[in-house]
Design a protein around this ligand. Structure first.
Ligand SMILES: Cc1cc2nc3c(=O)[nH]c(=O)nc-3n(C[C@H](O)[C@H](O)[C@H](O)COP(=O)(O)O)c2cc1C
Length: 371
């Protein structure tokens, strides 16, 4: 393929390079995958209203994200098992984000440790899954010591979503080898040589934590979270975490209001990219109902820079991007992740010019149109 110019191009390259079961893990969602489709289509339904005869000769995609300037309203979202897409995938993403001047959110289910990723530099956020209270407390301490500027607590995984592609493919950690998976791997030698040479994938944070009981590791591998985690626990987390606290996976405005009452600094309106509750609403479709509550980020279905412009014009402070950047990572490692971010940033810049808003931080509902 010629040089990729869109996220869709990177997706095609990723699909070619990855074994089917790994691509399915990246791409797939819960049950009938209606949530994934709605996330993407909800953006397609929104129109932008161009303002004419505005001087757009100088433009800026920069915004303030959690009190600090970011080069674009983008956060590289937390995704588990990035090492399955590219050797040292977490480090590759952290470097791409730092180079682009945007934050990187490291998942609890990462293959690199918090400390190794922190050594890359750049803005680091740590995403917390509470699989085990003692383990969570340990991870929070480590994230704080490593200098993570924000903690993102993910609250939409009380139990694992029913991801039928993964169930059919036997995609789990450690990988289960069947004749089909072996054939899948052998027919993708470029992926296999890189990944197999870098050793067995480990959930590095858990493997290196002193609270790591076998129970806790098994729970995370199966994505069996502590389903009893509730509001009082959030309040306790607020007490012990010294820096910015973000709650990810909120859909109901009354839940967002409660997060802000407890002292959260922001919420991420998210349905986990359609990977948890298949019937949860598309975040961009419900964003308006969060107006005035506090700082809101959204994610889910962002495949174009214009989607990010729509999110900001609809009231979001910024967006988290999952699959679009993972396509780049899976296609070409750090170079591909950098490419994905630069495609999105270039598209934001072009869209700002076309809608007559030279400054991303000045987007408002005045730029949302209707057919
Ligand atoms: C492969 C993959 C792994 C993910 N792992 C996590 C995770 O470990 N923690 C988390 O909070 N969200 C996780 N997510 C959800 C993303 O953070 C984000 O909410 C979602 O990908 C946004 O939708 P998009 O992929 O359409 O951009 C994952 C998503 C994908 C695609």
């Amino acid at each position: 393929m010629a040089e990729p110019i869109s996220i869709a191009d990177l997706r095609r390259l990723a699909r070619r390079r990855l074994p089917r079961m790994v691509f399915d893990y990246l791409e797939g969602g819960a049950e009938d995958e209606g949530g994934i489709v709605r996330n993407v289509e909800a953006f397609r339904k929104i129109r932008l209203m161009p303002h004419r005869l505005v001087d757009v000769s100088e433009r800026s995609t920069a915004v303030e994200l959690l009190g600090k300037k970011a080069a674009a309203p983008i956060v590289v979202g937390p995704t588990g098992l990035n090492g399955a897409f590219w050797p040292n995938g977490d480090i590759a993403l952290a470097r791409a984000a730092a180079k682009a001047g945007v934050p990187f959110a490291l998942s609890t289910a990462s293959n690199a440790t918090i400390e190794n990723v922190a050594a890359v530099g750049g803005r680091l956020w740590f995403q917390l899954y509470v699989v085990h209270r003692e383990l969570a407390a340990n991870l929070v301490r480590r994230a704080s010591q490593a200098g993570c500027e924000a903690l993102i607590l993910t609250v939409d995984v009380p139990v694992n979503g029913k991801r039928e592609r993964d169930l059919r493919n036997g995609f789990q950690m450690p990988l289960r080898y069947s004749p089909r998976t072996i054939f899948d791997i052998l027919t993708h030698p470029r992926w296999a040589s890189g990944i197999l040479a870098s050793g067995a994938l480990k959930l590095a944070n858990l493997a290196t934590t002193t609270a790591s009981s076998l129970d806790a590791q098994t729970a995370l591998l199966r994505r069996e979270m502590d389903a009893s985690f509730c509001w009082d626990d959030l309040a306790r987390l607020r007490d012990v975490w010294p820096r910015r606290l973000i709650v990810k996976g909120i859909c109901a405005p009354h839940d967002a209001a409660r997060c802000f009452e407890i002292g959260a600094d922001a919420v991420v309106v998210s349905n986990h990219g359609g990977r948890q509750l298949d019937d949860a609403p598309a975040p961009i479709s419900i964003l308006e109902s969060f107006q005035g509550l506090g700082p809101v980020l959204i994610d889910g279905g962002i495949r174009r820079g214009s989607d990010i412009v729509k999110a900001l014009a609809s009231g979001a402070h910024g967006v988290l991007v999952g699959r679009s950047i993972l396509y780049g990572l899976a296609a070409r490692g750090e170079t591909g992740a950098t490419k994905a971010i630069s495609i999105l940033v270039e598209e934001i810049d072009r869209t700002l010019a076309l809608v007559g808003c030279p400054d991303a931080s000045r987007l408002s509902s005045a730029f949302v149109g209707h057919d």
